[in-house]
Design a protein around this ligand. Structure first.
Ligand SMILES: [Zn+2]
Length: 427
């Protein structure tokens, strides 16, 4: 094992130029989501490289998903490098190929894949095209070192993580391509920082509240019921009553950053009455809708989280005459947490100590990523995120990833995959 690990680490050093160039090539394909542009080009670029590295490659299109279209096909790619023993479960590395739109404020071309000052620049450099390159070249270091492992190693590039991953990892899991029967461990190289091993995320409860009033002439608002006034009563109660309660709760788990150790609620959107930029007539608003994003802790659980919201709404309604409202659940994601004694955590931690001389910091992400589908749909308990780039870079202008981080993550991933794929069966 040690001799093999030495050979693998030595091989990584010769892969730097190829890994950087591959990251640049990925950035140059603007796989922007929404709408889900150029996914097929991205999947093919990864698939072609994996094929050249000896993998069997499948392009898997989620053509039965509503977000799939001829203009924006949802094409995923999965490469399989066979292991020496057919009975072993595969070690799977997964990255998403989509990126969020570039937005404003860039000082470089977001899709040029520029290399400058020791960084690779561009939309997706950190989140997570460097991570995809790290996955490809970590495995390639094992292969090029001539080390034969027992388990198959799979590398996948999947779509739509930024919009929920339903045509990507969730789709692969729901059709059994990613499953507990065939896959022993999953590593997702999201940009958490090269010293951190991410073992899960908080829960999400997205819901919509609609208040209904009664339309009337705007010169005589006392004759109507304003749905906007009633929504303000709800917002005020959330601010005065719910937020202090949430601030008083703190998880025992290592959620980072520190502020996210408390549960949170955000108003994502609000709309009521007439369109502000439309032609105005004097009317009392008879409808107002708001979308809320409540992030909850493992300790809170979903049922109590939802009950607390419903009770708050009932309270506001009971003290506000004529307040009528309706609540609709939009998205529920339960928190996930990988067990502390999971072999995938142990393998990454040992690899990190060897490569960087430091212990890995276990963290829990404030937001969710594709881990939820691996855990909930595929039923694979052994999943973590570990990859290059800083989370603070994700979705920002002038997004970039340090080449040093890319190389560190390749070394760490290579040793961890070597251990996991060499070790006998992960239960
Ligand atoms: Zn990401």
């Amino acid at each position: 094992m040690t001799a093999a690990a030495d050979r693998v680490l030595a091989t990584v050093e010769g892969l730097a130029d190829e890994a950087v160039a591959f990251t640049q090539a990925l950035i140059r394909i603007p796989t922007v989501n929404p709408p889900g542009a150029h996914y097929e080009d991205g999947a093919r670029l990864i698939g072609d490289r994996l094929r050249a590295f000896g993998y069997g490659v499948e392009l898997l299109t989620a053509s039965d998903r509503p977000e799939h279209s001829a203009a924006h096909p949802r094409v995923n790619v999965v490469g399989t490098l066979p292991g020496a023993s057919a009975g072993e479960k595969a070690v799977h590395l997964n990255g998403h190929i989509d990126v969020v739109p570039p937005g404003d404020g860039w000082t470089v071309d977001p899709f040029a894949g520029l290399v400058r000052d020791g960084f690779i620049w561009g939309r997706g450099a950190a989140d997570m095209k460097a991570g995809l390159a790290a996955a490809v070249f970590a495995v390639e270091a094992i292969r090029r070192a001539g080390v034969r492992v027992n388990a198959a190693i799979e590398v996948s590039g999947t779509v739509d993580e930024e919009s929920g991953g339903l045509a990507g990892v969730a789709w692969l899991a729901s059709r059994g391509r990613l499953s507990a029967e065939r896959t022993g461990a999953v590593i997702i190289p999201e940009p958490l920082g090269v010293d951190r091993i991410c073992i899960g995320h908080r829960g999400v409860y997205w819901f919509e509240v609609e208040t209904r009033g009664r339309i009337a002439h705007g010169s005589m608002p006392f004759q109507g019921v304003s749905a906007i006034d009633h929504m303000s009563a709800i917002l005020a109660a959330i601010d005065r009553e719910l937020r202090p309660r949430l601030a008083g709760r703190k998880t025992e788990l290592p959620v980072m950053p520190d502020g996210a150790r408390h549960p949170t609620i955000n108003v994502n959107a609000i709309s009521g009455g007439q369109a502000v930029d439309g032609v105005q007539t004097p009317c009392v608003a008879d409808r107002c809708r708001a979308i809320f994003d409540r992030r909850f802790l493992l300790e809170e659980g979903f049922d109590d989280t939802r009950d607390e919201i419903l009770e708050l709404l009932r309270d506001v309604a009971s003290r506000t005459p004529r307040l009528e409202y309706e609540v609709k659940d939009l998205l529920i994601v339960h928190p996930t947490r990988t067990p502390n004694d999971s072999p995938v955590i142990g393998a990454l931690d040992r690899a990190l100590r060897r490569v960087a001389g430091r212990k890995g910091t276990l963290v829990i992400s404030p937001g969710t990523y594709d881990h939820k589908h691996v855990a909930r749909i595929a039923g694979i308990p052994h999943c973590v995120a570990y990859g290059p780039g800083a989370l603070e870079q994700a979705h920002q202008p002038d997004e970039r990833c340090a080449i040093d981080d890319l190389m560190t993550s390749i070394r760490v991933l290579a040793l961890a995959v070597l251990e996991l794929a060499t070790a006998t069966r992960i239960s």
